[in-house]
Write a protein that binds this ligand. Sequence first.
Ligand SMILES: [Zn+2]
Length: 347
Amino acid sequence: MDSGSIAALLTLSIEYEPETFTKVCSQSVESQLKATAMNNPFNINHVHRNTRATRTWRFLNCIVSASLLIFGGATLSVAQEVAKGKSIAVKKPIPDRLVVLTFDDSAKTHFTTVRPILLTYGFGATFFITEGWDFATNKKDYMSWQEIAQLHRDGFEIGNHTRDHLGINDKNVTKLSEQLKGIEDRCAENGIPKPVSFAWPGNATSLLAFDALRKHGIIFARRGGAPEHSYESGWGFAYEPGLDHPHLLPSAGDAKPKWELADFVRAVSQARDGRPAILQFHGVPDTAHDWVSTSIERFRGYLHYLASEKYKVIALRDLAPLVDASVVPDDPLRIIEQRKKSIATSR
Ligand SMILES: [Zn+2]
């Protein structure tokens, strides 16, 4: 873009109504802005809703993208400031160092080991419950419903991980509703509220499942760190409200047996600039699935780190007062593809 175009753009930004400016902006300099939009962490041009607030936000977004184009990295901090609580997907400013703890698969050690440690620190967490494998008869490796109900009474969130730990795909998605209901019924029997959070079993996902999740009152659904990062690494990205679909929230970290404190720190250090870091754990240790196990010693180290570094640790449902889950990107896969590209180019 030459200096004349920049001057014209700035004139437009001053003289025109937000709607007009955004329209002109998108028509005349769209290609240039697209290139810089990648650097604008809250570029939400592709978010649904055509409210006055949305149009105004798009206008502001256009200004930020234009600033990035003109001044490059020097104004990234401006965009980051904008990112702090001003996306239309954000209802209240999201503080730095906000971590969501989640535990999958109803492991017995969630009750015997994780619960007392979390209570000591006063940390919140979500336990994603399934009756998969031999949950019904094996009470050595899996919690009882009495223990799950106690977790609820302790103040922790009970989330839905499907009745049979069914990996959802486009072909079996018609089974999702009965899978969700299986856990909802058990929750009702045990005095536990209907779950509003969901974790995709096996981290398999299907866009065709969104309708069923919505109908069952699921606000947030958490996936793994893949496909941006490999499943084996356990690495992932922090949640970007407005860009990540609320039913495809990435795990910033999926704790693996080989993980060290550095992997954990890498995951949680992404919790800044309006992006909470959602962490995925299994048993501590996981006595039925050793490939996703975390040792007690490591787990204690991770939580000690969160406490000593003054992280705020919450359950997934606790994001609802902060994030407007009705604001969704029109293409839920766009942010994922952008991240994959950014990883590929940085290699
Ligand atoms: Zn699972």
